[in-house]
Design a protein around this ligand. Structure first.
Ligand SMILES: [Zn+2]
Length: 96
């Protein structure tokens, strides 16, 4: 293995880590369907990475506590009114 390749690979990992830390899953945004004007009802498909505290009872019952969302990647947003998914706009929520 050449030194050159190792160096560039580790740099790529570093910048990927910074990007993941910078993404805020709870950023206040809302959706708007540009096709029909819907602002309130959407189907959202997303992949979430979470850390949770799994609290088992002695009998094996599970209670999931303290779930923390480490990252979320939205894959598709579909308007519940007109069914389109390619005209959904994401808007910042105006502070009231
Ligand atoms: Zn719509």
């Amino acid at each position: 293995m050449r030194m050159h390749n190792r160096a560039s690979a580790s740099r790529a990992v570093e910048s990927a880590t910074v990007g993941a830390r910078g993404s805020e899953p709870d950023l206040p945004t809302r959706f708007r369907c540009a096709a029909c004007g819907n602002l309130t009802r959407f189907d959202v498909v997303e992949t979430r990475r979470t850390r949770s505290y799994y609290h088992f009872t002695v009998g094996g019952g599970l209670e999931v506590e303290d779930q923390e969302v480490l990252g979320a990647e939205r894959e598709q947003v579909t308007c519940r009114w007109c069914g389109l998914s390619d005209q959904i706009e994401e808007l910042p929520v105006e502070p009231s």
